[in-house]
Ligand binder design. Structure first.
Ligand code: SF4
Length: 75
């Protein structure tokens, strides 16, 4: 059984571009021009990591919930 979880944060740097909500609408919601995670604890999901990579403001941070290591963005 896979017990890995990711913790998802969206910081104040969000510009409300809507890229993450378009890419992973089940994981991000735009509210008042800001994105928020639908849930801050998720099963590992490729589209969420991808959203963190493409966010133009680098506002999305995805960590391994157990180790706190950064999953995305990586560059
Ligand atoms: S992609 Fe980044 S800047 Fe755009 S809405 Fe999502 S968190 Fe905000």
């Amino acid at each position: 059984m896979n017990n890995d979880h990711w913790q998802v944060e969206v910081s104040d740097k969000c510009l409300g571009s809507g890229l993450c909500t378009g890419l992973a609408p089940e994981h991000f919601r735009l509210t008042a021009g800001r994105s928020r995670p639908v849930s801050d604890m998720i099963d590992p999901t490729a589209t969420v990591a991808e959203a963190a990579e493409i966010c133009p403001a680098e506002a999305i941070l995805v960590r391994d919930a157990a180790t706190r290591s950064v999953v995305a963005p990586v560059d």
